[in-house]
Design a protein around this ligand. Structure first.
Ligand code: SAH
Ligand code: SF4
Length: 383
């Protein structure tokens, strides 16, 4: 006789459910909507991972929940601490790949840098994540789970409170706009009072420029926007950020300006990220081009000195060059900062995050085995 009941029921992971999805879940199991608020608070305010600890739910409901649901963050593989206080977690996601999350403490604030994908299809020439190839999109639970894990861990450190995460930046591994729905759900939880209660100004999505998704983003959220620009003209940007061939500057910059222009608070601006690479994009003529290029874009500029990694021949410019470039932009009227390198002793600095990606594109193997040119390896996922 055939058994109609499956041996194991797939449990719903509540960790990644937004307020609306949590309410729908409780209704679907025949419970009242207000349970969603109680459980969200237990999960994100108290970082509880076990229904037995949720003391304002009756015993019967707790038992029912443990049969049909779970609260499961990604598995923590390691946690390391840099000399400068930066922390890095390596976490394993469902696909088996590992991704990285970085916490950067500064006076008065603490920024968590969160990954959105295991690897990245976009293959920017200066980025370690890109060289790993691509495995998978992270689920909403795996994205918000990084905040959950970090908040749990930081809470256990004496003298640090649960408010130690004041900002979240989607600047870890992956291109967040290529994992749109999961990233939006996770960012909504970051901003929800029943989640982490961060203001929209303190949640930043960084993109290399997936224009159609950026236009969709404007319809569903109002988080802060960072654009990974890295070059002042299409010829150079095509080499550094291959996605530029699909969405060149003349379509990308208006999409960014429209996003910012559509926000209710007119004082907000785009953060332009520009990784400075020795003798590639760090010359005075590049700064002159930047000044002209960005004249209609409400922005501030963040210069990121290139962080070296083993599969790259690029070099970091000298401090003199960095400061000359900064001065030129400032004299051109732009608020320009140089990002301090943090956590490089534990490979946690910008662009050094590699994790351990089970590369489905075989890009990483090809990089290691051959001297194929970047252009031969480009594969941009359809959006
Ligand atoms: N995919 C998104 C977010 C992740 S990359 C994006 O590209 O914006 C986060 C930032 O780190 C980007 O600005 C990226 O350009 C920068 N970065 C990548 N590799 C780097 C490196 N080797 N040195 C310094 N910054 C790097
Ligand atoms: Fe992907 Fe961003 Fe790295 Fe480019 S810089 S390869 S978009 S993670």
């Amino acid at each position: 006789m055939v058994n109609a009941m499956p041996d194991t029921v797939q449990k719903t992971n509540l960790l990644g459910l937004t307020r609306e999805k949590m309410e729908a879940f409780f209704l679907s199991i025949g419970e009242k909507k207000f349970r969603a608020e109680q459980v969200l608070k237990w999960v994100h305010h108290n970082r509880v991972g076990d229904f037995e600890e949720m003391t304002n739910l009756g015993k019967a409901l707790r038992e029912k929940l443990s049969c049909v649901a779970e609260i499961r963050g990604p598995e923590v593989v390691s946690e390391s601490l840099s000399q400068d206080g930066t922390r890095k977690w390596v976490v394993r996601v469902t696909s088996g790949s590992c991704v990285e999350t970085v916490y950067i403490p500064e006076s008065g604030r603490g920024t968590l840098c969160v990954s959105s994908q295991a690897g990245c299809v976009l293959d920017c020439s200066f980025c370690s994540t890109g060289k790993q190839g691509f495995d998978s999109d992270l689920t909403a639970a795996e994205i918000i789970g990084q905040v959950w894990i970090a908040a749990r861990s930081l809470n256990n450190i004496p003298a640090r409170s649960s408010r130690s995460i004041t900002n979240v930046v989607m600047m870890g591994m992956g291109e967040p706009l290529l994992n749109f729905d999961n990233v939006v759900d996770a960012m909504n939880l970051m901003m929800d009072d029943l989640g982490y209660g961060l203001s929209k100004r303190k949640v930043t999505l960084s993109t290399s420029g997936v224009v159609p998704a950026l236009r969709r983003l404007a319809e569903v959220t109002d988080v802060s926007l960072a654009l990974s620009l890295h070059a002042p003209n299409n010829t150079l940007r095509d080499q550094l950020v291959p996605l530029n061939k699909k969405y060149p500057l003349e379509v990308l910059l208006p999409a960014c300006t429209d996003y910012i222009g559509g926000l209710s608070d007119k004082s907000r601006c785009i953060t332009i990220e520009y990784t400075l690479i020795k003798d590639v994009n760090d010359q005075p003529e590049h700064a002159i081009e930047m000044i002209a290029l960005l004249k209609d874009t409400p922005c501030k500029i963040n210069l990121i000195p290139f962080n070296p990694f083993s599969l790259s021949d690029y070099e970091r410019p000298s401090n003199n060059t960095l400061h000359r470039f900064q001065r030129q932009l400032q004299e051109g009227g732009y608020n320009t900062t140089i990002r301090r390198t943090r956590g490089d002793d534990i490979d946690a600095a910008c662009g050094q995050l590699a994790g351990n990606v089970q590369d489905r594109t075989r890009r990483s193997a090809r990089y290691q085995q051959s001297n194929l040119k970047q252009d031969d390896l480009i594969s941009v996922k359809a959006v």
